[in-house]
Design a protein around this ligand. Structure first.
Ligand code: ZN
Length: 211
């Protein structure tokens, strides 16, 4: 698929987002990152925050949908925070996924409601743990950008949950438009079909590229 302004060589090693767990990385303005769907079936819940604590300025799906006038974002789009500051630009996307922007992160409450017990791994807890590792915190769970997740809207109003259409190694590339912290969670969902439907969350990876 098309890309824009991709240049330079890869600098950092590929970094692991363990299956069902989270990871975080600080980025300086101008740095680029690649998020990789290593196995092709894994949704990665994704957040971005300005580098201050508490992390009250964040990549906001609600504000992006308003400004961009769409529910799925494209290569060349610049995504914004809840304070309308540019935070990330989409440079490339090898997938045909739509990267859901509508569905909340999975949480203890969601798995409890679904009868999966009190201690199911979940993206909301993964976000908190990843931020804590960088001495940041957020008093709530912002809506994630659900990379590689397919939850298409049918008939203009009804959401369907579908298996990912990605190939192993499919990826998106982003450029930081501010100093920020990015958080990833290799979603632990084994209820909906969005992680491939076989009940097995898998690893994903990310890689920081040259500024
Ligand atoms: Zn999840």
């Amino acid at each position: 698929m098309e890309g824009v302004a991709v240049r330079g060589t890869q600098r950092s090693p590929m970094q692991l987002i363990p299956a069902g767990q989270g990871a975080a990385v600080p980025l300086a303005r101008g740095q680029r990152i690649r998020v990789v769907n290593t196995h092709g079936t894994q949704v990665v819940d994704f957040w971005g925050f300005a580098r201050v604590a508490p992390a009250e300025e964040y990549l906001s799906m609600e504000h992006c949908r308003e400004l961009l006038q769409k529910i799925h974002f494209d290569v060349g789009d610049t995504l914004i925070t809840n304070r309308y500051s540019p935070i990330l630009t989409i440079l490339a996307d090898s997938t045909t996924a739509e990267h859901d922007t509508l569905i909340a992160a999975c949480s203890r409450d969601m798995y409890r409601r679904l009868g999966r017990g009190e201690d199911h791994a979940n993206c909301a807890d993964n976000l908190d743990a990843a931020l804590a590792g960088l001495r940041l915190w957020v008093p709530f769970t912002p809506s994630p950008w659900n990379l590689f997740m397919r939850a298409p809207v049918r008939d203009g109003r009804r959401i369907e949950y579908e298996r990912p259409t990605c190939k192993p190694g499919d990826h998106v590339e982003l450029r930081a438009e501010m100093d920020c912290v990015l958080v990833f969670s290799a979603c632990a969902d084994d209820v909906y079909p969005t992680n491939g439907g076989d009940g097995t969350p898998r690893d994903a990876h990310f890689q920081v590229l040259e500024a």
